[in-house]
Design a protein around this ligand. Structure first.
Ligand code: ADP
Ligand code: MG
Length: 238
């Protein structure tokens, strides 16, 4: 049943251990939120899954395939960061199609796919604009489109909304959820924001100091926290 399996994952930087035994199963089409305070290891875990940092030990299986020996560009995993890092000298369209050119996708097919994802993120009219002509929220939607256009098997979102202001954050959160559900795209959404986690997810993995403290749906986490940390962290949300 599980689409992504993380088993006994260990990551250290030199003498600094970030986590030593992360275990987690994600079903196909599920959106799980990885929630926890700054420094608990969320980004490192995503980077291990994406192949941007090497794991020391443990297993990562996606759709039955061992990810660990695969180079990041062959994992078919999309990732969006807090800083959207678009190419400033390329239009929206060019930013989105860049990855497809690297994959040697034919021009026609590429054009079709770019139009399709621009539609999804409601930026159809902005195809020929440059990033400097867009708002932060629009740039983040371009970054999302850029990862969707490659048709990833798994989408990793590392605090994609944290740099945006509250009103835009809520709108974009809903948009991400709608697209994710429409595509049935298996997604891990990282945040340190309780409200985001409680409103967005099928399931929340609450993390602290390199450990998964609790894995539960929002209601269970809110009404039946497993320990004082979980109660305190979730209880801060009001
Ligand atoms: P989070 O995303 O939850 O804020 P991170 O995964 O970024 O946490 O960081 C977890 C821990 O790993 C922190 O103590 C951080 O300092 C450390 N860390 C992250 N990246 C590196 C790195 N490249 N080198 C050394 N330590 C790192
Ligand atoms: Mg982080």
């Amino acid at each position: 049943m599980s689409y992504l399996s993380i088993r006994g994952l260990h990551k250290s930087f030199g003498d600094t251990q970030v986590f030593s035994d992360i275990n987690c199963e994600v079903a196909k089409g599920e959106l799980i939120t990885l929630l926890g305070p700054s420094g608990c290891g969320k980004s490192t875990l995503l980077r291990c899954i994406a192949g941007l940092t090497e794991v020391n030990n443990g297993q990562l299986l996606l759709d039955g395939e061992d990810l660990v020996p695969l180079a990041p560009q062959t994992r078919q995993i999309g990732m969006v960061f807090q800083s959207y890092a678009l190419f400033p000298n390329m239009t929206v369209e060019q930013n989105i199609s860049f990855g497809l050119r690297m994959q040697k996708i034919a021009r026609d097919e590429s054009g079709r796919r770019v139009a399709e994802v621009l539609e999804m993120v409601e930026l159809g009219e902005f195809a020929r604009r440059y990033p400097s002509q867009l708002s932060g929220g629009q740039c983040q939607r371009v970054a999302l489109a850029r990862s969707l256009v490659t048709r990833p098997r798994l989408l990793l979102l590392d605090e994609p909304l944290s740099a945006l202001d509250a009103r835009i954050r809520k709108h974009l959160r809903e948009q991400i959820r709608a697209i994710q559900q429409e595509l049935g795209l298996t997604t891990i959404f990282v945040t340190h924001d309780q409200e985001e986690a409680l409103t967005l997810s099928d399931r929340i993995l609450l993390m602290n100091a390199g450990r998964i403290v609790q894995s539960a749906d929002a209601e269970t986490l809110y009404t039946a926290p497993v320990n004082a940390f979980a109660a305190g962290f979730i209880g801060n949300y009001n």
